[in-house]
Design a protein around this ligand. Structure first.
Ligand code: DX5
Ligand code: ZN
Length: 219
């Protein structure tokens, strides 16, 4: 069974704690946390102090998505702040192996992400070494964008590569996940679905229940 991973990038930061509690009460297990550096991606989001602060209040699994150049510089700090997994971008690392190793040495799970322009094949050398592959289904940097159609084939390819390499990973998708795309990504092989605007716009519990019902139907 897959998991819905709400992205707090779309949260109301004035009520962040309350919104996370609502999601927790609704049975959400994984919280997706988008960190942007204004360099690898054009935008800047938030960083360690926010994560440290919500960690005190929440028992959820913190899935930290680092849209940061040379993220190896910050692995230790994010783990200390409460990350349960860290996903780095293949395109952002001069030494991908070293970044994955640093995450594991810090005692948490590692994810590897690829941008829309990066081929699925690029994850092959690392797929046995990570717990998750994140296929970005929009250009990273902003919430509320439209799903890029070519992502569907890429999700399928990642699952094929996983089988060919004898690996076992979660395949996460991130960007433009909503009523129109849930079926498509689940059928293509995604099991961890990140959603920002689709969860946080309106009634959080209702949205989460609705998305998970669609995921179940598709799977
Ligand atoms: C985009 C972020 C996403 C974003 C998704 O760079 O990585 O996690 O919050 O937002 P939606 O679901 O609104 O496309
Ligand atoms: Zn993300």
């Amino acid at each position: 069974m897959g998991e819905l991973c709400p992205s707090i990038l779309s949260a109301d930061f004035n009520r962040l704690g309350e919104q996370i509690r609502t999601l927790e009460d609704a049975g959400i297990k994984i919280l997706h946390i988008d960190v942007m550096d204004g360099d690898f991606v054009p935008s800047i989001s938030f960083g360690m102090p926010v994560i440290r602060s919500i960690r005190k209040e929440s028992g959820l699994f913190f899935d930290v998505h680092l849209m940061v150049r040379e993220p190896i510089r910050y692995i230790r700090e994010f783990v200390d702040c409460g990350a349960d997994s860290i996903t780095v971008h293949l395109e952002a690392c001069s030494d991908v192996d070293a970044a994955i190793r640093a995450i594991h040495e810090a005692g948490i799970k590692a994810g590897l992400s690829i941008k829309p322009a990066t081929e699925a094949e690029a994850v092959r050398p690392y797929i046995r070494d990570v717990e998750m592959v994140l296929v970005m289904t929009v250009e990273p940097g902003f919430g509320g964008q439209k799903y890029i159609e070519s992502s569907t084939e890429k999700i399928r390819r990642v699952r094929e590569i996983e089988a060919e390499e004898g690996a076992k990973v979660h395949v996460q998708v991130d960007g433009g996940i909503n009523d129109d795309t849930i079926q498509v990504v689940v059928k293509a092989g995604a099991d961890y679905l990140v959603a920002g605007s689709a969860v946080f716009k309106g009634d959080l519990k209702k949205n989460a229940d609705h998305i998970r019902a669609l995921m179940e139907q598709a799977g």
